[in-house]
Design a protein around this ligand. Structure first.
Ligand SMILES: Cc1cc2nc3c(=O)[nH]c(=O)nc-3n(C[C@H](O)[C@H](O)[C@H](O)COP(=O)(O)O)c2cc1C
Length: 379
């Protein structure tokens, strides 16, 4: 079959005119983004992942964003203890779907860039231009130890990632053979064929939260994901954050799209939504896992006063792990999502407690409201 040309604009638009892009986040990890012991929590089995991907594809959801996670966080459920490796997972999902973009996530220090480039091309060929790449510089010490890889200091991590992405892009785009002489990589006679599908390259995203991480994203990526919760409380706060990021990107002579993440609990009434939210994230929180994630950020009973620790623990369980919670009726959830778009956010990747059980309600009730608001096309 002939390979059709695919423009970068089409890739960035994920092949549709939806003003607000919607994606599913964390589908490849056990419990998704909900550190909870409730029995309906997400299994992340392959069968469930394929079911979800086909359902999302059919409903016109724009993308699926996995999490590159190698080691669980413990607790009663070993939160994220079972994860499907993201690029091989993406390859399978791209083969099973027709429209949706599927991301793979690469921890730059754990993968040789030429191997990663070729894996991405394979995914992109399978998906005929629907593969996207999330580059992670690395933050989780325990995970790196398990590979026998030493985590570099924060600045060096991004200097390394810069060489890594330069090599990846050359392998994707340069027709001829090339050498690379960097601080971290010395490569000779690199040849990489075939190229990504249709004459362009996969979309690249990054979600660095530090200044250095953000600068890396703005220099190298097409989409910047930010998890800032506080600014989401007002359209103005979000709009300011988006405007700042875009203005900064322009100083690098680049346009960048700003995305965010969250968690949706949508029920017919506000009371049902609030009760379920509390049931999952507070009454049945997996506190062991929550505390482990806090400890990775040096938030412990030793480092904080008792009251502050309790408040942070509650905040982490209720807000920080799954991202900003959109909890309410279809009207409320659609309105809050629309506010993101009004503030200039290009899209959101959100999680559901059980993706397969909850997505149909979101598609039946929330998406049509976004269509009526002019933010999405009918599927
Ligand atoms: C939407 C989103 C997706 C992310 N995906 C991953 C991931 O898959 N694996 C991972 O180890 N870290 C992931 N991260 C963490 C970031 O890549 C980054 O390491 C973290 O925000 C720390 O930023 P810094 O490196 O600038 O300090 C993600 C963060 C966000 C907000």
């Amino acid at each position: 079959m002939a390979v059709r040309a695919v423009s970068m604009r089409e890739r960035l638009g994920m092949y549709n005119a939806n003003a607000l892009k919607i994606g599913m986040f964390g589908v490849n990890c056990s419990s998704g983004r909900s550190a909870t012991t409730v029995s309906e929590r997400w299994s992340a089995s392959w069968a469930e992942c394929v079911r979800l991907a086909c359902m999302a594809d059919e409903a016109g959801i724009d993308f699926i964003l996995p999490i590159g996670r190698w080691k669980g966080y413990g607790g009663n459920t070993d939160f994220h203890g079972a994860t499907l490796e993201t690029k091989t997972w993406a390859a399978g999902l791209l083969a099973a779907t027709k429209r949706i973009t599927v991301f793979g996530t690469v921890h730059a220090p754990l993968f040789n860039p030429i191997i990663a480039a070729k894996e991405c091309v394979t995914c992109d060929q399978i998906g005929e231009g629907r593969f996207g790449l999330n580059i992670v510089a690395g933050w989780n010490e325990g995970e790196f130890e398990m590979f026998g890889v030493r985590q570099r200091d924060h600045e060096a991590r991004y200097a390394f990632a810069q060489e890594w992405v330069d090599i990846l892009k050359r392998a994707w785009l340069e027709e001829g053979e090339f050498d690379f002489d960097g601080e971290f990589f010395k490569l000779f006679g690199v040849r990489a064929k075939p190229k990504p599908y249709g004459g362009t390259r996969p979309i690249i995203m990054n979600a660095g939260s530090s200044g250095t991480g953000q600068a890396f994203a703005l220099r190298n990526c097409d989409a910047f994901f930010t998890a800032t919760n506080a600014s989401r409380k007002s359209i103005e706060g979000t709009a300011k954050k988006v405007a700042e990021v875009k203005a900064l990107a322009r100083t690098f002579d680049r346009d960048i799209e700003v995305y965010t993440v969250g968690h949706v609990i949508c029920r017919p009434t506000q009371q049902e939504a609030d009760e379920y939210y509390r049931h999952v994230f507070i009454d049945n929180a997996d506190w062991g896992a929550v505390e482990r994630m806090m400890a990775l950020r040096n938030l412990t009973r030793d480092s904080l006063a008792a009251e502050e620790y309790e408040a942070k623990r509650h905040y982490f369980a209720a807000n920080a792990i799954g991202g900003y919670p959109f909890v309410g009726t279809p009207d409320k959830v659609a309105d809050e999502l629309a506010n993101l778009s009004r503030a200039g956010v290009r899209g959101i990747a959100f999680s559901l407690v059980n993706f397969v059980e909850e997505l149909p309600h979101v598609c039946d009730e929330v998406l049509p409201r976004l269509v009526r608001l002019g933010l999405r096309e009918a599927p």
